[in-house]
Write a protein that binds this ligand. Structure first.
Ligand code: C2E
Ligand code: MG
Ligand code: MG
Length: 609
């Protein structure tokens, strides 16, 4: 660059070209220095004096203006200029100071460093002005030696560099703040705020162009179980993987958001047919259902999805989200791992759920729960060999409420824990009471809920219930379901082994409806399989169901497990089961679940006959 500056007395502003050429050649960005002075000689001298100047490895680029007006133009054109060398007196005595004001106030450029220069003594700005307008230096042109100009500019560049870095940092932190306001840091997905924002944009164009948009509200099923049993770190990793799976599932124009905790949403902005959202929901369910490998463990989880469609189900972000959320609860109520479209009548059901959960909190304290007992009958001897304890809620207004109405709510709210513990104790107490009353000893089956199974307390709670009531462990049978143990197989095996050391029996309830594989089944320390009533119901009607029943009986035998059929209502079913080698049965054919006193009477009667 110094070569070009040899033309000391040329008035052409060629330094600029020279430096931009240098930029092209080396990729180094020069410092921009504006020089505004009505004296062409000053431009020439300054360029010469500073011709080989470098700061932090970067050369300087001069941009010249010869009047206050040109100076203003340069300020606006070069907001990234680092320093301005500014003549105080140009068209007017105060031209330079007016320009300082312009730079700081009108152009709002707080970064550029200002070096004022004047030809005459006595024109120095007042200290107050220097401070207010953040003027870096003041130089008398006559005094200027090479060194002092050089030093002054270097100091100005250093000061600019520092301010500029601070500015960049501040900008970055402002961007971070904005990011935090609109994104979930952990999953990197848009958060609820951004989702609402996008919905409101989408809704406008959907209404204008008369097309549909949909919101899918996705809630992981029983995610709390994973957090409770494996810890938040595993839970968080799982959420991250779910987020990733959802993200790659959708198209670029769709939004996947992390709404909160274990809740996600997908916004589909442009649907020709609202039914298409069901395809996306199916894909999401399938993606979430795939096994997860997290920290060496295989985990399983499913999700429930609710869908609301704009403009039918609302034309406002909050309404669409709320309605999709309501539909999601419907999916939970229909057994999870499914999707539902919002329907207006669901709002009523959501309100009912809310009432149930409110009343449920008081039910334990008010002793409103009762257990009914359903006999389990040996198919060879016809004797009652066991009972299953089934909970009922004696509600002061609604009368007898069945578990289908409140177990789900109790699980979601966590009330299942105290409720389940009460069931366990009460069932043990009752069984012992029957023995004390002289009835032949039977086994008492108690249903466990998923949350009870893996909260880490079940072993202690069981031991305590047995100790408190004096019931022998082998007269208590705990029922678990396939989905409970398949969510985390290794942990389930550990819990079950612990329970076996106490001496209780273990059975798998509703067998055949889950996805246990034979491989796993062999590893579980089980005593009994309970064939789900859906297969039993269709014996004699559906050949497939009959052969499933036969297969389950065969499977149980090969694993040396007892097998019991649930939901036996007809003699024909009973005969089929007995002929097929089934050990026990339970169902309306013999007896519905009944109160303890009726059960006792039934046993006594069966002893006589
Ligand atoms: P489950 O454990 O599979 O219980 C069998 C259900 O089938 C009971 O319904 C019973 O009344 C019904 N059932 C029995 N025989 C027949 C029959 O011949 N035909 C028909 N159609 N149904 C029959 P219930 O009492 O309404 O209980 C439903 C579910 O609620 C239970 O299914 C169980 O999963 C859950 N549950 C019940 N009590 C408790 C409890 O104390 N704790 C937990 N966690 N869950 C419970
Ligand atoms: Mg059961
Ligand atoms: Mg069952």
């Amino acid at each position: 660059m110094s070569d070009q500056d040899d033309e000391l007395y040329s008035f052409e502003d060629d330094a600029k070209d020279a430096s931009s050429k240098e930029t092209e050649d080396t990729g180094v960005i020069p410092w921009k220095i504006l020089m505004v002075d009505d004296s062409p000689e000053v431009h020439q001298v300054t360029r010469f004096v500073l011709r080989s100047m470098h700061f932090l490895g970067r050369p300087v680029e001069f941009i010249s203006g010869y009047s206050a007006m040109e100076g203003r133009q340069l300020i606006l054109e070069h907001p990234d200029a680092a320093v301005i060398l500014l003549d105080v007196v140009m068209e007017t005595d105060s031209a330079g100071l007016d320009m300082v004001k312009f730079i700081r106030e009108d152009a709002g450029n707080r970064l550029i460093r200002i070096i004022l220069r004047t030809g005459q003594p006595g024109q120095a700005p007042e200290a107050e002005v220097i401070q207010r307008y953040d003027i870096n230096d003041y130089k008398n042109k006559a005094e200027l030696s090479d060194d002092r100009l050089h030093t002054s500019v270097i100091l100005a560049l250093r000061s600019y560099e520092r301010l500029h870095n601070e500015f960049i940092k501040r900008q970055a932190s402002e961007r971070t703040i904005e990011y935090l306001a609109y994104y979930d840091v952990w999953t990197g997905l848009p958060n609820r705020t951004l989702l609402l924002d996008r919905i409101s944009q989408v809704v406008q164009s959907a209404v204008r162009h008369n097309w549909n948009a949909a919101v899918l509200y996705i809630d992981l099923d029983q995610f709390k179980r994973i957090n409770d049993s494996l810890g938040h770190e595993i839970g968080d990793l799982l959420l991250k993987t779910v987020a990733e799976r959802l993200r790659i599932l959708v198209r670029g124009e769709d939004t996947v958001a992390h709404v909160s905790g274990d809740e996600f949403a997908i916004l589909l902005p442009n649907l020709k047919d609202p039914e298409h959202s069901a395809r996306v929901a199916e894909k999401a369910l399938a993606a979430i259902q795939q096994p997860y490998q997290i920290e060496g463990q295989e985990l399983h989880i499913t999700a429930s999805i609710g869908i609301s469609v704009c403009p039918n189900d609302g034309s406002e972000g909050l309404t669409l989200i709320r309605n999709a959320d309501t539909a999601m609860y419907q999916s939970k109520a229909s057994g999870r791992n499914t999707y539902s479209f919002f329907k207006p009548e669901m709002t009523a059901r959501a309100l009912e759920n809310l009432r149930v959960s409110n009343d449920l909190r008081r039910a334990i304290a008010r002793n409103e729960f009762v257990l009914h007992y359903q006999p389990q009958v040996d198919l060879q001897t016809g004797r009652i060999v066991g009972a299953e304890a089934l909970i009922r809620w004696q509600h002061p207004e609604w009368g007898l409420v069945f578990p289908g109405k409140f177990i789900g709510v109790a699980e979601e709210t966590g009330l299942i824990q105290p409720m389940g513990e009460w069931v366990l104790r009460e069932a043990c107490r009752q069984n012992k009471a029957w023995q004390t009353a002289g009835l032949p000893p039977i086994d008492m089956a108690v249903n466990l809920s998923a949350r009870q199974f893996d909260c880490g307390r079940i072993e202690r709670v069981t031991t305590e219930a047995l100790a408190e009531t004096g019931l022998e462990a082998h007269h208590l049978e705990l029922e678990v379901t396939e989905s409970m143990i398949m969510q985390n197989v290794d942990q389930a095996i550990a819990v079950m082994k612990m329970l076996k050391t106490i001496g209780v029996k273990l059975s798998i309830d509703d067998f055949g409806t889950g996805y246990s594989s034979l491989n796993y089944l062999k590893r579980f320390p089980l005593d009994k399989l309970k064939i789900d009533q859906t297969f039993v119901r269709d014996i004699g009607i559906d050949e497939d169901d009959a052969s499933i029943v036969t297969a389950i009986i065969g499977l149980a035998k090969s694993l040396k497990l007892k097998v019991i059929a649930e939901g036996v209502e007809k003699e024909m079913q009973l005969n089929f089961l007995r002929d097929g080698g089934c050990d026990e049965m339970q169902g309306y054919y013999f007896s519905k679940p009944i109160p303890a006193a009726d059960f006792e009477a039934l046993v006594r009667k069966s002893l006589v006959t």
